[in-house]
Design a protein around this ligand. Structure first.
Ligand SMILES: Cc1cc2nc3c(=O)[nH]c(=O)nc-3n(C[C@H](O)[C@H](O)[C@H](O)COP(=O)(O)OP(=O)(O)OC[C@H]3O[C@@H](n4cnc5c(N)ncnc54)[C@H](O)[C@@H]3O)c2cc1C
Length: 410
């Protein structure tokens, strides 16, 4: 039987980031990552990466940049990251609006848009240089929790390996069924909405400006993507409208988007491949047991309205790696609740704040249960006028939370 201190199920953005953080904070720990999808680990990201008009991307807040700087990954990510310097928030057909400007908060950017593929390739390339055992493609098929850790069955081709670990980290995105088979219960609220995502090109250059526009159907986010006129679109649509959005001809689609969004960026000229994701709020109230902890989407999945899901996960992963490093130094068992509790206490507070922030925005501006339009106007105007509230809002957007983080620069 193979042995390791920490076994991470899932080498997606969350699992791979945790492995990298552990390799920096606790290099003495033996860490194994089991990833099902055949992610290339040999070619250098620059030679392997195919930039695509249709690439899926993630908005990383300023706080996530600081984390990746600390982990040594930021210089590689930065070469293909688009800075978000300002955000314009508005309510369609109403007069209330607000602007967030990085310069007003003494930052170079509020956040950055990075292609998921670029982030993934660079994470895997850094793990190759780190003391991490990368098992890929391989799939965790069974977990048996035990005193002092867990027994894990890993299917690799025709063969199955048995592993024993001191701590099992479930970072499988919540879809592989492991969470349920381990008896964790996820609370779920279905928004009855889908996020339609695509790359769109506008007549005017974006100049680092992002938009968050609330319409009767749900929020529309446009994130600057690439050097000039491309945006990553995240358009929230009710279930009964998403098929029309996916199947409309590009001309019809762009016309509808134009009529909802308006002409601030000039004409919408082009749209790439469209994909959609059903939206729900999922939360596991108790995401840890002795020997097992859930992270990333396996622990919490949010509405993408405020682009916070991964940023929230990343902050938790860093905190978890610090707790494990501390336990390792003290000779404490990694899977003990005494080791995991400080992480849980801190991260669950962050989860509550960010869920409240994202879910609150969805509800405030939703057609069915939202506040009256005049109140929404007032909210946006108040946000614009009150420096304290605006600063708080900007800090949530930048992924810096309410307190000063130890990673922030002066
Ligand atoms: C439309 C949309 C837009 C978003 N935009 C943003 C944004 O701008 N900013 C932001 O912060 N967040 C955003 N998010 C959230 C973000 O995408 C998620 O937080 C993130 O993808 C979660 O990553 P993960 O690693 O937890 O899960 P996943 O990405 O699902 O990774 C799970 C991994 O586990 C592997 N796996 C699964 N089962 C097994 C198994 N049994 N054995 C081995 N491997 C396994 C899978 O192959 C996969 O690689 C957005 C989400 C959506 C839907």
């Amino acid at each position: 039987m193979a042995e390791c201190d920490v076994l991470i199920v899932g080498g997606g953005m969350a699992g791979a980031s945790l492995a990298l953080a552990l390799s920096r904070h606790a290099p003495e720990l033996s860490v194994t990552v089991v990833e099902n999808a055949p992610l290339d680990t040999e070619a250098a990201p620059e030679t392997h990466y195919q930039p695509s008009y249709d690439a899926r991307s993630t908005a990383l807040g300023w706080g996530s940049r600081l984390i990746y700087e600390d982990l040594g990954l930021w210089p590689a990510l930065a070469s293909r990251a688009t800075a978000i310097r300002r955000i314009h928030v508005s309510d369609r057909g109403r007069f209330g609006s607000t602007r967030l400007d990085a310069a007003e908060h003494g930052q170079e950017a509020l956040g950055y848009v990075v292609d998921n593929a670029w982030l993934g390739l660079n994470l895997v390339a850094s793990l190759k240089q780190a003391p991490v055992h990368w098992l890929c493609p391989a799939r965790v098929t069974q977990v048996i929790p035990q005193t002092g850790g867990a027994l894990v069955a890993v299917a690799k081709g025709e063969e199955t390996e048995q592993w024993h670990c001191g701590l099992l980290v479930v970072a499988d995105g919540g879809r592989s069924g492991l969470r349920e088979s381990l008896g964790f219960h996820a609370q779920q609220h279905d928004y009855g909405q889908h996020a339609l995502i695509a790359t769109v090109t506008t007549a005017r250059p974006h100049e680092g400006l992002a938009y968050e526009r609330f319409s009767d159907d749900g929020p529309i986010a446009l994130l600057p993507h690439g050097p000039e006129r491309d945006f990553a679109l995240v358009w929230t649509l009710p279930e009964d409208k998403v098929a029309d959005g996916l199947e409309a001809t590009p001309e019809v689609f762009l016309r509808q988007l134009q009529s909802l969004f308006g002409w601030r960026q000039g004409r919408f000229e082009q749209v790439g491949r469209r994909q959609s994701y059903p939206l729900s709020l999922q939360q596991v109230p108790q995401p840890a047991r002795p020997g097992v902890v859930l992270v990333g989407n396996a622990a919490h999945a949010l509405h993408p309205v405020a682009g916070q899901g991964f940023n929230l996960a990343l902050r938790g992963l860093v905190r978890l790696s610090q707790c494990l490093a501390e336990a390792s130094r003290r000779g404490q068992p990694l899977g003990a609740m005494a080791t995991l509790q400080p992480y849980l206490n801190e991260h669950q507070k962050d989860v509550e704040t960010i869920v409240g922030f994202s879910d609150g925005m969805v509800r405030l501006f939703s057609r069915e249960q939202g506040a009256p339009a005049a109140l929404r106007d007032l909210g946006l105007l108040a946000l614009d006028a009150a420096p304290g509230i605006k600063h708080w809002f900007a800090r949530q957007t930048m992924g810096l939370g309410g307190r000063r983080s130890s990673l922030e620069h002066d």
